[in-house]
Design a protein around this ligand. Structure first.
Ligand SMILES: Nc1ncnc2c1ncn2[C@@H]1O[C@H](COP(=O)(O)OP(=O)(O)O)[C@@H](O)[C@H]1O
Ligand SMILES: [Mg+2]
Length: 269
């Protein structure tokens, strides 16, 4: 593989990425020297304390903000070009659905914006609704859906243009624990079915471990990557995994990485 092909095979490549927000009281260094490679089809979570720059890193990848330093490429392209080419879909904690549009209408939105014709749009919407388990609900309006169902719509919408990369910022953060675990399983299945790479921001250690191939641990400001935990849990992300010794072991590894030292047993009680 030559260098160009190698970098195209990477969904995300950040090298020496920094972000400074200028402020009257003094500049805020949100990110410092971030090096990260996300392989095509890989699921990577970003975890760390509040304010450590997780959302900022995701926003740089999505070209919603420019980096202050370093280099960032998405499938070998500058972030701006990747945005134009719709190489990624994005989903946030708030589903952000249009209340006056049905489920189908919300999922179809990006397809309409990109002038996909009506027939193709209808079949793609049906396919996406099926993928996220909402076939029965396509004619409902957002306020007729639970929070979990609204997030499914947001995921379907993010996947509408078949992106090879999905960027998610605490998408399940506002959901109750049971719905959250259910949607984690659903997302694992969806990621496997679509083959999309995912960069997933979360506060939750179990969530990060359950979903990810690798968990990227970040330090408080200035946000830096301090550890990367390879989960090595295989492709089967089902409910039995949550009770396996390997899973507990990785949860402990991420927790220790976050705390910067082995967690004392006494703290666990
Ligand atoms: N637009 C902005 N202007 C100024 N400071 C910002 C802006 N966005 C984020 N920050 C600061 O950058 C740091 C990282 O924020 P953020 O990426 O949202 O953290 P996280 O998502 O990990 O909680 C925080 O200190 C935050 O206050
Ligand atoms: Mg955030």
């Amino acid at each position: 593989m030559n260098d160009k092909t190698a970098s195209e095979a990477l969904a995300v490549r950040a090298s020496g990425v920094g972000k400074i927000f200028p402020a009257r009281e003094g500049d805020v260094t949100a990110l410092l020297g971030v090096d990260l490679e996300v392989r095509d089809g890989e699921f990577v979570s970003l975890i760390g304390p509040s304010g450590c720059g997780k959302s900022t890193l995701l926003r740089l990848i999505a070209d919603l903000d420019p980096a202050s330093s370093g280099e960032l490429t998405i499938f070998g392209k500058p972030a701006r070009q990747a945005r134009v080419d719709q190489d990624y879909g994005i989903a946030f904690q708030q589903a952000g659905l249009l209340p006056w549009r049905t489920v189908a209408g919300n999922i179809a939105l990006p397809l309409e914006l990109h002038k996909v014709d009506r027939t193709e749009r209808a079949s793609r919407v049906a396919e996406l609704a099926e993928l996220v388990g909402l076939t029965e609900f396509v004619d409902r309006y957002p306020d007729q859906l639970s929070g979990g169902m609204q997030q499914r719509v947001a995921i379907a919408r993010a996947l509408a243009s078949r992106p090879r990369l999905l960027l998610m910022d605490e998408p399940f953060g506002a959901l109750d624990e049971m719905t959250r675990e259910y949607l984690q399983s659903e997302l694992a299945r969806i990621a496997a079915e679509t083959g999309a790479a995912v960069v997933f921001v979360t506060h939750s250690i179990p969530e990060a471990v359950f979903l990810s191939d690798r968990v990227v641990v970040m330090s408080p400001r200035p946000g830096r990557i301090t550890h990367i935990v390879e989960t090595d849990l295989g492709p089967n992300r089902d409910e039995t995994l949550r009770e396996s010794p390997e899973y507990f072991d990785r949860v402990t590894a991420v927790r220790e990485a976050l705390h910067g030292a082995p967690v004392e047993r006494a703290n666990e009680r």
